[in-house]
Design a protein around this ligand. Structure first.
Ligand code: ZN
Ligand code: FE
Length: 259
C-alpha cells in the first residue's frame, strides 16, 4: 500500500512523495527544491529515497535532483527527449517503470514542453496519474514549446483515463483556474460548487489536490470545448466562429493566458 503526500515547494509547487510504509522506502515526483525532501528524510530516519521521477525539464521540477541524487543515490527517471540532470533512466511513451512495486506507465504529453511525460498506473488500487504541468485541477499548463494541437491531443489522452483516477498535479493553481472556469461556464453547477469548496479549503490553507478525472471532465473547461455553451463562449471571446476542436482549444488557452 502506497501513501502519497505533498511536500510544498516555492510558492505553489507540490513535490509528491510516495511512501511504501511497510518497507520504509519512498520516491518523489518533480523535486524542484531538495530542501523539503531532505527535511522529510531527516524527520523520518531509516527511510530510503529510491526513485526520483521527473515529468519535464523546467527548473521548478528538476532543481533539487542533483543534490538529492548525490546524497541518497536515488535513481533518476525522466523523459528521454529532454535534458534532465543526473538522469539514470530515459523514458519514452509506452514504456513502464517499476517504482516502489508499482508499475508506472509513461504517457507522452507534449505541449507545455515538447518532451513532457506523465506517469500513470491503473493498479494502485485506485488509478494514479502524475501529469506534471500538463493537466491542472480545472486547468492546463501553458504552451511554452508545443502547439495547441499537441496539447489538446495530450489532454484528450489523459481525459480518457478512468473517472476514479486520482490526479496529482504539480502546482496549487486550482482556485485561479476555477475563477476562469466560472467565467467560461457561469451556469455550470459543478464548477460553482467546486469553486465554493476550494475557496473554503484555501482559506484554511489546505491543499486542493489530488483531483480525479471524473471531476475534471465536469469542471475543467480545457476538457469541455465540445460542450455547446463552452464553444459559444470561446467564439464570443474571439469575436468569430472557431472551426474545429484545436482552434477552439487554442483560443481558450489564449483567453486564459490573459485572464
Ligand atoms: Zn513547467
Ligand atoms: Fe511547473
Amino acid at each position: 500500500m502506497i501513501q502519497i503526500d505533498a511536500l510544498p515547494a516555492f510558492s505553489d509547487n507540490y513535490i509528491w512523495l510516495l511512501q511504501d510504509t511497510a518497507k520504509r522506502r519512498c520516491a518523489v515526483v518533480d523535486p524542484g527544491d531538495a530542501a523539503p525532501v531532505f527535511a522529510w528524510l531527516q524527520a523520518h530516519p531509516g527511510w530510503v529515497l529510491e526513485d526520483i521521477l521527473i515529468t519535464h525539464h523546467h527548473h521548478d521540477h528538476v532543481g533539487g535532483v542533483e543534490a538529492l541524487k548525490r546524497a541518497t543515490g536515488a535513481r533518476v527517471c525522466g523523459p528521454a527527449d529532454e535534458h534532465i540532470p543526473a538522469r539514470d533512466l530515459a523514458l519514452a511513451h509506452g514504456e513502464q517503470v517499476r517504482v516502489l512495486g508499482l508499475d508506472l506507465e509513461v504517457i507522452a504529453v507534449p505541449g507545455h514542453t515538447l518532451g513532457h511525460i506523465a506517469y500513470y498506473t491503473a493498479h494502485a488500487p485506485i488509478p494514479l496519474l502524475f501529469p506534471g504541468d500538463t493537466l491542472f485541477a480545472a486547468g492546463c499548463g501553458r504552451l511554452f514549446e508545443g502547439t495547441p494541437a499537441q496539447m489538446h491531443d495530450a489532454l484528450q489522452r489523459l481525459a480518457a483515463l478512468p473517472g476514479e483516477t486520482l490526479i496529482y498535479c504539480a502546482h496549487e493553481y486550482t482556485l485561479s483556474n476555477l475563477r476562469f472556469a466560472c467565467a467560461v461556464e457561469p451556469h455550470n453547477a459543478s464548477i460553482t460548487q467546486r469553486f465554493e469548496d476550494v475557496t473554503r479549503l484555501r482559506a484554511d490553507d489546505r491543499i486542493s489536490l489530488p483531483s480525479n478525472m471524473a471531476l475534471e471532465r465536469l469542471t475543467n473547461p480545457f476538457l469541455r470545448i465540445t460542450e455547446t455553451s463552452v464553444k459559444q463562449k470561446i467564439d464570443e471571446w474571439t469575436g468569430h466562429a472557431n472551426e474545429g476542436e484545436v482552434a477552439a482549444f487554442a483560443a481558450l488557452r489564449r483567453w486564459k493566458d490573459g485572464f
